[in-house]
Design a binder for this molecule. Structure first.
Ligand code: NAP
Length: 302
């Protein structure tokens, strides 16, 4: 397993990148990026920047004033940051959320959403799955669910089935997805519409859990997966445990492959790294860093 042995040396010329969010004490992004800067000999440092809501505007102005190269933006500011930026990418506009900001040479701020790329790259690499012409069921219509469902629709999915406990969230996401593709079938269910969900599951190609449910060994998956088609593959956005309740349930239902969200986390980070530095990082090493923090330093999960 990968071990961290060196300490980054910050010099007068070192370039700054950070993470703006709330409750970010256990973020894995600093070790992931700093290890790559060190191993690639790049003079950058990645630092946590906890920000309270009333200071978000000042914080974003501050990254410009302090000559940051860029920042990641996380919960709860991924949507709120958009009006503070000068330009956003198509993915960021379609999802309505930004997770990566780049300070351009002329000091304007560009916003990107690299979660879509992270998800698509992870399922392609680990499950050999591409959404085109496929049926996908996404549980959770929050931040991660929006990114996953949007990515699937934009990649030409045949049918996207959404499940969330709040009908307003379902309807809003359905409306946004329909405006992106008139050809993908989009339906939404509440978790208690069990018969309809069972029918969908028996015919599905990929199930994605985008709720935080399933981190504890005694947890049940957010929806029962007994009727899951055995040829289906399963993705869980949760990255803090090796096998989530959804993955375990899928395995017990005889499903062929199930992965957690580490790959998505790594690839969304790798895309940001590339936007900031112009260099492609070694995603296998990034993954080792993340795994060593999650699986060896269990205090990260407290
Ligand atoms: P979020 O915005 O709170 O979205 C979760 C959604 O799921 C909410 O709409 C929630 O409703 C809904 N939900 C809760 N229980 C449900 C159930 N039983 N059935 C259906 N829907 C249910 O959270 P998020 O930011 O999207 O994060 C979700 C998970 O993805 C977290 O575990 C997070 O760590 C992970 N994540 C991973 C990555 C990665 O790179 N791997 C990236 C982003 C997020 P309520 O609001 O009513 O609870």
């Amino acid at each position: 397993m990968y071990k961290e042995t060196e300490i980054a040396i910050v010099r007068g010329m070192t370039k700054l990148i950070g993470l703006i969010g709330r409750n970010i004490a256990y973020t894995l992004s600093p070790p992931m990026h700093n290890t790559m800067f060190r191993t690639m000999g790049l003079d950058y440092v990645y630092v946590p920047l906890p920000v309270e809501p009333e200071h978000l505007k000042d914080a974003i102005a501050g990254i410009k004033a302090l000559n940051f190269v860029g920042v990641n933006v996380t919960i709860p500011y991924k949507e709120e940051v958009i009006p503070l930026l000068d330009w956003i990418s198509d993915d960021a506009r379609d999802i309505g959320a930004v997770n990566t900001v780049k300070v351009e040479d002329d000091s304007t701020l560009s916003g990107y959403n690299t979660d879509v790329y992270g998800f698509l790259q992870s399922v392609k690499e680990e499950l050999n799955f591409v959404p085109q012409d496929k049926r996908i069921l996404v549980i959770g219509a929050g931040g991660a669910g929006r990114a996953i469902a949007t990515g699937c629709v934009k990649e030409g999915a045949k049918r996207v089935v959404l499940v969330d406990i709040i009908s307003e969230k379902l309807e809003n996401l359905k409306k946004d997805l329909l405006s992106l593709s008139p050809t993908t079938e989009i339906v939404g269910y509440l978790p208690n519409e069990t018969e309809k969900i069972e029918t969908e599951l028996s015919n599905i190609d990929l199930v994605a859990n985008a709720t935080p449910i399933g981190m504890n060994p005694q947890d049940k998956p957010p929806i029962p997966l007994n009727s899951l088609n055995k040829q289906a593959v399963v993705f869980d956005a949760i990255y803090a445990v090796k096998e989530t309740a959804t993955m375990r349930s899928a395995r017990l239902a005889g499903c062929s492959a199930a992965i957690n969200g580490i790959g998505m986390l790594v690839h969304q980070g790798a895309k940001g790294f590339e936007l900031w530095t112009g260099k492609k990082p070694d995603t296998k090493l990034m993954r080792k860093v993340v795994e060593s923090h999650i699986y060896e330093n269990q205090n990260l999960l407290e």
